[in-house]
Write a protein that binds this ligand. Structure first.
Ligand SMILES: C[S@@+](CC[C@H](N)C(=O)[O-])C[C@H]1O[C@@H](n2cnc3c(N)ncnc32)[C@H](O)[C@@H]1O
Length: 204
């Protein structure tokens, strides 16, 4: 089973809010791709952070396309139900837990509220197909996934992300990986301590 948890990397979530929320202001469509989303804690954490930082009106235009290889073919059901065991929810800041989770019918389970659940659309997808799930993304998040790939595969997957991003769109990747040299000219790093990058246009 894929390892993941809610609010796994608060530092990157906060960087995303700082840079991406002003970037998407005023857009009629705000598309986010969470690539390698596992069972849903990551896309739901992202949706909560955006709900907290955007106006209610702007949040209506927000969608996360959450994808995973999902060898067990079980993530779709888990994500669409949005119900998680109480122990899995312990790291969620109390204020967000109170606001965005409700007891589920099953004892010991809590469900993400519809306002957040409706924002996450799940699809099975293999990143190594090098086929994007769409274009014009404001943000692509791919964390704790790239380490599973060969160096050459990482380069090609990141090139695909670059093509899938809207002009000036953002890409967040895992802290443990360096941006490969072959693609570093395609992105600008937002802060030296964080793995948030902005797409640079120009020759590829
Ligand atoms: C360690 S989990 C990371 C989950 C989440 N991004 C996080 O950081 O908490 C790695 C995920 O990558 C997915 N994965 C591995 N290879 C993949 C591929 N080729 N295409 C899409 N997803 C893949 C796995 O199924 C797994 O859910």
């Amino acid at each position: 089973m894929a390892f993941t948890y809610f609010f796994r990397d608060m530092h990157t979530l906060e960087l995303i809010v700082k840079y991406v929320v002003p970037y998407v202001a005023g857009r009629s469509k705000i598309r986010v791709w969470d690539a390698g989303c596992a069972m849903g804690p990551e896309p739901y954490s992202l949706a909560i952070m955006f709900a907290e930082s955007m106006g209610q009106f702007a949040f209506r235009n927000f969608r996360i396309e959450a994808t995973d290889l999902d060898v067990s073919n079980s993530f779709g059901k888990i994500i669409s139900e949005g119900a998680y065991k109480e122990e899995e929810l312990k790291r969620i800041p109390q204020e967000y837990f109170n606001k965005y989770f409700r007891p589920d019918g099953t004892i010991g389970y809590f469900r993400v509220v519809d306002k957040i659940r409706n924002k996450v659309i799940y699809k099975r997808h293999d990143l190594l197909s090098l086929q994007t799930v769409g274009y014009g993304f404001s943000l692509i998040v791919c964390k704790n996934v790239l380490l599973h790939f060969q160096a050459a595969e990482r380069v090609e997957v990141i090139r695909m992300f670059h093509a899938a991003l809207a002009p000036g769109g953002y890409f967040a990747m895992e802290q443990t990986q360096k941006m490969p040299e072959e693609v570093s000219h395609l992105f600008e790093q937002m802060t030296s301590g964080g793995h948030l990058f902005r797409k640079i246009e120009g020759p590829r």
